[in-house]
Every structure is written in C-alpha cells, then in structure tokens.
Design a protein around this ligand. Structure first.
Ligand SMILES: [Zn+2]
Length: 323
C-alpha cells in the first residue's frame, strides 16, 4: 500500500497529530532539521504595496522549486519526489482519509510547512479534488491555511496531486484580511463572494459553511475563468483556503501567466521570482542574494500585476460568473 498508512484514518485531533509529526520529524530527519534552522536565520525584507504589507524572503534552498523545469519531458524523466517509494527513509507521514498523506516540506518557506500529497501518482488538478482540500482545511483547524498551486502556475510536481498547508498567522494575506475593505460581488442563500478593491491584485473570495455550495460556486468560477482567459483545461489558478469556526474562506488568485518576463531576462534585468500561492499571499521567495537586494516594492508590484488578471479581465470574469 502506498505510504504504508492505514485507510480511513480519522481526522479528529489532526492539529495535535500534526504538531507531533513536526516534532518527530525535526528530531529524526536531519534534512528537515537543517532546513528549519536555516529558515530561522533567513533574511526577509518588508515592503509596502499600496496598503498591503508584503515580505520578500531570501531563501537559497528554494532554488530547486523556483527554477524547477516543469515541462512534460523533464517531469517524466525524474523520479517523483512525492511518491512514497522515493521519499527519504526518515520521512514519515500522517494518513488523512483514504487518499491523502500529510508530510513535512523539506524545503519550507514558512516554519510549519506541510505537504498533503495524494497517495497515488495522479496529476495535479483541482476539479475533482476541491472537496478533499476543504476537508483537510477543516480538519487542520483555524491555526492553519491550505493552498493549491495549479499544474501550470507554481506546482513543482504537476504530475502528482498535492496541497500544502502553513500557519494562518504566517501569511500576510490572512493575518491582515480583516483590515481590508470588501466589495461584495455575489450573495446567494448558501455563500457570499467578494473582492478586495485595494489589494495589489484582483482576488475572488467566497465564504460559506456549506461544502456543496462552495464546490458548486468553485466549479462555476473556474469554468467561467477558463472561458474568459481562453484556456481549454484547468485555468491558471492558485488557491488558498482557511476555516473560521465552521465557515470556509476560499480565495482564488486567477493568473494570466506562470512566470514574469524578468524571470527569463538576462544580466541586471533578471529577477528569478516564480510566483505561486505563497508569493501572492504576501511572502515572495527569492533564491538569489543579488536579486533579493534588487527586488523592492516597484518591481514586486509589477511582477504581481504581470502574472495576475488585469482589472478589465477580472471584471469580465465576474460579469460572466454572475450571469
Ligand atoms: Zn508521484
């Protein structure tokens, strides 16, 4: 059986079991222990993007992910680092339900950085799996948020379905969410949706305590996004989710492209930044010292604008969604 984990593991007390896993892995897995020690000394710089507080993080260990080649040929040629057979011997997992395993990320961006991997080697795709993401979000509780990076905008294993989770208070997006003005978009009996007009890019957020209603909303949001961005399969998205009492909050970061032009530039014009959910939630990871020194608020805002929808595209999406 993949991962050697029991089937149908109950999700009760998951936050406590996650803390036990993190403690056990820190103790027995030198790679994780060293990565967490490095993370404690990692350099960060605060930036102000309009009213939003952002951090850049100089994290050389993330070069693996930032510069990951995610084309089909490269992916097919490498051993999948999320498959049970390829995990380091020290790496342990917690079962979540029948289908998922919770692991510690050995390349953390934030201190309690989990990966929730499907037990089978199955492609990264959200369409059939939002329910699982909502379930793990609820089971991890209010101290955590979860995220999903689409296969073409940030997932470094686009061939193996996985989510991630980190502490809620560690992401500026959630830590300061209550401070933002909201613009209501759509209100149904079973959910509300809104955007944050002053946020550095257009985010679509829905809240509900009704799992089925959220899944229906999400299916419609992604279908219409694919339409307005002329994408045939899954539209380019990053997704972050959290739970407040019994109410889920799901924020969709709709993307126009995976990597900004400066990623591919040469010499002084190059900034190796490959935005995914954490970068767009307020912690932008920069693996090169010199790029870290150069990346201040202005290029940061321009990278964010470049890889997310324009206001006009966002409005068109919302209009289509509300029809
Ligand atoms: Zn795999």
């Amino acid at each position: 059986m993949p991962y050697g984990l029991p089937r149908g593991a109950e999700s009760q007390h998951l936050p406590l079991r996650v803390q036990a896993l993190l403690a056990q892995q820190r103790e027995t897995w030198p790679q994780l222990r060293n990565a967490l020690a490095d993370l404690q000394n990692v350099q960060t710089k605060p930036h102000q993007l309009g009213a939003a507080r952002w951090l850049t993080q100089f994290n050389p260990a993330r070069i693996v992910s930032t510069s990951a080649k995610v084309d089909a040929a490269t992916i097919a040629a490498r051993p999948c680092f999320l498959c049970a057979d390829n995990l380091p011997v020290e790496e342990m997992a917690l079962a979540f339900g029948d289908d998922y395993a919770i692991l510690c990320n050995p390349f953390p961006v934030l201190p309690q950085h989990l990966v929730i991997a499907h037990r089978q080697h199955t492609p990264q795709s959200i369409e059939q799996h939002l329910g699982a993401l909502l379930d793990v979000t609820k089971a991890l509780g209010e101290e955590f948020f979860t995220l999903y990076n689409g296969p073409r905008c940030g997932a470094s294993a686009p061939d193996h379905l996985h989510f991630q989770a980190c502490r809620y208070d560690d992401l500026p997006f959630f830590a300061h969410l209550a401070e933002w003005e909201i613009e209501p978009l759509d209100e149904a009996d079973d959910y509300v949706s809104y955007t944050l007009p002053d946020y550095p890019f257009r985010v679509l957020i829905a809240e509900s305590d009704d799992r089925a209603a959220l899944m229906k909303w999400f299916a419609r949001a992604t279908t219409t996004l694919a339409e307005v961005t002329h994408v045939e399969d899954e539209p380019l998205i990053n997704l972050i989710a959290a739970i407040d009492e019994d109410c889920w909050i799901v924020a969709l970061f709709a993307r126009s492209r995976h990597r900004p032009a400066c990623y591919f530039a040469e010499g002084d014009a190059q900034l190796l930044v490959s935005p995914a959910a954490l970068d767009l939630g307020g912690v932008a990871v920069v693996p090169h010292a010199e790029h870290f020194a150069r990346l201040d608020a202005r290029p940061l805002q321009s990278i964010i604008s470049e890889v997310t929808l324009s206001d006009a595209q966002f409005r068109q999406w919302i209009k289509t969604l509300e029809q």
